[in-house]
Design a binder for this molecule. Structure first.
Ligand SMILES: Nc1ncnc2c1ncn2[C@@H]1O[C@H](COP(=O)(O)O)[C@@H](OP(=O)(O)O)[C@H]1O
Ligand SMILES: [Mg+2]
Length: 359
């Protein structure tokens, strides 16, 4: 007999305890999974932000919704980039050196943009893998809610939802592309970018220019708000190349296409992809090809790769290999980006990257 005259059946007590344990287990395992995916996805200090895959319980995600959030994230990140630049409080630091010995710079613009972009995407899509250029401080979490609005221009182009398994998705964030040029106040080169890869293939790309408030987006087999130009010069192309991580790119370009070829040095991988397209922004230069010969990271190139692919163009290594946007965060084989050209013929013309150093 229990106190106060209530009789407890031993079977009832056992069932109650089992139920209680079940509830506790459920809550605790969910909590742990959430903690691990958040910490894992935030990345390592100073880049290299590839964490373990999230728990495989994510169900599906709608790529059209993911595009809407990516466009919003790029714009929100861009607001931070602009605000920091205009306040002149960049707090510039060096994260280390590139393999070629250039300073890898980081500013408050990179960090604050990264925080906004990461938490907006992470809050809307908790179960997807997100790789970002900058470290996300787990002690400085922010919940940024998405209002579930899909902009009209996206709804017009992409008329139905496109569901894919959450575990097939990898999101790549570049919170501030052309950091070097940002520190030099060369604003036109600066972009914020989001890319979505499905099973390693680039599918969604967003490139946003914060200082001219221009955004290009595209989904492979979906639609886009940007298009290719009508003509390109394949014989003596204008070639856009890096101005701060150039390596031997000028020699390679002139050797391949002759001395009549125009070389356009520019900052930012996002800017250089936009140079190949029909972009209304007045500050945007135009080129026929984009070539890069040094090591580069996947968050720098994934969005441009997705947009080019969606519009029928190509971005590959200099050997013509497709780039997989899972696993390691860098690529070794250089880059060739083209649209409305015979990409494989261009690959055959280019010298072997291995031999470039010996020329
Ligand atoms: N050799 C290299 N090693 C590391 N990062 C490189 C690199 N070459 C280019 N990048 C990165 O790729 C982006 C475009 O480079 P570039 O402007 O020289 O064409 C820049 O990204 P961030 O500005 O996001 O760091 C730059 O840091
Ligand atoms: Mg970048």
């Amino acid at each position: 007999m229990a106190p106060m005259g209530i009789r407890l059946s031993p079977l009832g007590v056992a069932v109650f305890c089992l139920l209680g344990l079940g509830v506790l287990y459920h809550l605790y395992s969910g909590f742990l999974a959430g903690r691990f995916s958040l910490f894992g996805l935030g990345g390592e200090p100073g880049g290299g932000a590839v964490g373990p895959a999230p728990a495989v319980d994510g169900g599906t995600v709608d790529l059209r919704e993911l595009l809407a959030v990516s466009v919003l994230a790029a714009a929100r990140g861009g607001e931070e980039v602009k605000r920091v630049r205009e306040s002149n409080a960049l707090h510039e630091k060096s994260k280390g050196k590139t393999r070629e010995g250039a300073d890898e710079k980081m500013t408050s613009g990179d960090v604050l943009s990264n925080r906004k972009m990461f938490y907006l995407l992470k809050t809307a899509f908790p179960s997807v893998q997100i790789n970002t250029e900058e470290h996300v401080d787990a002690a400085d979490q922010e919940v940024i809610l998405w209002d579930h609005n899909i902009p009209d221009d996206i709804l017009k182009e992409i008329t139905t939802p496109k569901e894919v398994p959450a575990e097939s998705v990898t999101v790549w964030i570049d919170p501030l592309d052309a950091t070097q040029e940002y520190t030099e106040d060369l604003r036109k080169y600066v972009t914020t970018m989001v890319c979505v890869a499905v099973n390693g293939k680039p599918v969604l790309g967003v490139i946003h220019k914060p200082f001219s408030e221009y955004t290009a987006w595209a989904m492979v087999d979906g639609g886009s708000n940007v298009k290719a130009r009508t003509s390109y010069n394949e014989k003596t192309p204008r070639i856009v190349v890096s101005r701060s991580h150039s390596g031997m790119v000028k020699q390679v370009a002139l050797q391949t296409f002759g001395n009549q070829t125009t070389i356009i040095p520019a900052g930012g991988a996002g800017y250089k992809v936009l140079a190949l397209l029909d972009v209304p922004d007045k500050s945007q230069e135009k080129a026929d090809l984009y070539i890069h010969v040094t090591y580069i990271k996947k968050w720098d190139i994934c969005a441009g790769n997705a947009i080019l692919k969606a519009l029928g163009g190509h971005m590959t290594t200099l050997n013509g290999e497709e780039i997989s946007y899972t696993g390691s965060d860098g690529i070794e084989g250089g880059l060739l980006a083209s649209i409305r050209m015979n990409h494989q013929a261009l690959v055959r013309k280019l010298p072997d990257l291995e031999k470039i150093g010996h020329n």
